[in-house]
Design a binder for this molecule. Structure first.
Ligand code: NAD
Ligand code: MG
Length: 401
């Protein structure tokens, strides 16, 4: 007898999740190398499409041979020939220079830019990536300090998510998940206080680079380490927060929290506060931004409330650490002032790292440059480029005196 029952074929759908293709701009730095270790631990989630660095050809070559990206870019053009020769037997495209960085940002074959270049140099590639609709995992806070209005407007137009990597902003971002319709009353950015917490000008006047580079809780690149020691980092972060979360200056507060366990706090209209906590480890905000909205399991050390008995908080000493005051002033003034502050600070920190000026001179250079450069209330992108150039030249002229 013939079985007339219809044959039912059950298809079990097999879903292949393609790894997210990441372009790491600033791959040889502190954030870039930590991002690569997150990728090492999660090869099914992420692959590397682009690697860029400024001068470190040796490390860039090693990384390129290991991760086999489509493109590598070296910022410093004098290193191009060496890099090209090192990667001669591969199919990796090798380019060099500022324009090549911007061209790489427009590469069609990647999904997310990890913006981990330090300083103003990160602005143009990041803007280009937004223009091309790439999701941005943003470590490079200077991009928002210099041109936050233009960057966020462009991201809105292109419907590009900007996911913060900076630990404080990642904390705020995490606290805001599920709160889209609720108004923020205030945010509190925590700051460790850096290596010179509690010190006064008579101590700071003699501080040298090696001491200033030693951060108590975080291991970071040279520029951000100095910014943390002068509290300029918190100033830049207040400006970064304004743009990321669309806040007014008086809604943003900085508080010193030396243990770096609470990474930041959001206070809502009902007075309720949410904080995000954990041991200080940049791999956490990096992997959160890269995998968002997913969380990735890991075996990093955990914070244990039974072992740390005190979490403390105090007001920042802005009379001593005047950079924070200057950044708050720049934020209140708006226009091109944060861009000017940032440019002068980059020049001053560079000079301090080369033992050309003292620790307290950094503030002096920033303040005098802010006084000197013409204020523009509603700058265009070109105005920002010009203000940056003018401020750098003026700040450099002060240092040569
Ligand atoms: P870093 O100095 O360790 O690395 C910087 C990277 O940018 C390197 O790969 C370098 O080759 C590249 N680079 C430098 N100058 C360049 C230029 N002119 N053109 C192209 N590439 C250039 O810095 P980092 O500590 O990794 O910080 C990177 C960014 O992330 C900074 O904006 C910093 O404020 C931010 N951030 C860092 C940390 C941290 O823990 N390191 C935490 C929060 C935010
Ligand atoms: Mg930070």
């Amino acid at each position: 007898m013939i079985d007339t029952k219809p044959l039912t074929v059950i298809f079990t759908p097999i879903i292949f999740i393609m790894p997210k293709r990441i372009g790491i701009f600033g791959c040889t730095g502190s954030i870039g190398t930590q991002a690569l270790s997150v990728i090492d631990a999660n090869p099914s989630l992420f692959s590397v499409a682009i690697l860029t660095a400024h001068t470190n050809v040796k490390l860039l070559t090693e990384q390129a041979l290991k991760y086999k990206p489509d493109i590598v870019v070296i910022g410093d053009e004098s290193k191009y020939e060496t890099l090209k020769a090192n990667l001669a037997n591969t199919s990796i495209s090798v380019t060099a220079g500022e324009e090549a960085l911007v061209a790489a940002a427009a590469h069609p074959e990647y999904d997310m830019m990890l913006a981990a270049i330090v300083g103003y140099a990160g602005l143009k590639p990041t803007l280009q990536a937004i223009e091309c609709g790439k999701t941005i995992a943003l470590a490079n806070k200077e991009t928002l300090v210099v041109a936050g209005d233009i960057v966020m407007q462009k991201a809105l137009e292109k419907r590009v998510p900007i996911i913060p990597v900076d630990s404080e902003h990642s904390a705020i971002f995490q606290c805001l998940v599920g709160e889209q319709k609720n108004k923020i009353e205030k945010i509190v950015l925590t700051a460790s206080g850096g290596p010179f917490l509690g010190k006064k000008p008579n101590f700071l006047v003699n501080v040298k680079r090696d001491h200033a580079l030693q951060h108590p809780n975080w291991s970071m690149g040279a520029k951000i380490s100095i910014d943390s020691a002068t509290l300029m980092n918190k100033g830049l972060e207040i400006i970064e927060a304004k743009w990321l979360f669309n806040l007014q200056p008086d809604q943003i507060q900085a508080v010193i929290h030396p243990q770096s366990i609470i990474h930041s706090i959001v206070q809502f209209e009902d007075g309720s506060m949410k904080a995000q906590m954990g041991l200080p480890d940049m791999k956490l905000p990096i992997q959160y931004a890269m995998a968002f909205p997913q969380r990735i399991a890991n075996d990093y050390p955990r914070f244990d409330f039974r072992k740390i008995s005190q979490l403390t908080f105090e007001e920042p000493d802005i009379k001593t650490f005047r950079n924070l005051h200057l950044a708050m002033e720049a934020l209140k003034q708006g226009g091109n002032m944060p861009c000017v502050l940032n440019a002068a600070n980059e020049i001053a920190v560079f000079a301090f790292l080369r033992n050309r000026i003292g620790f307290l001179d950094i503030t002096e250079v920033v303040e005098r440059t802010m006084d000197k450069i013409t204020f523009i209330a509603q700058p265009t992108l070109n105005d920002y480029y010009e203000s940056d150039g003018e401020a750098r030249n003026f700040a450099a002229s002060l240092i040569q005196l």
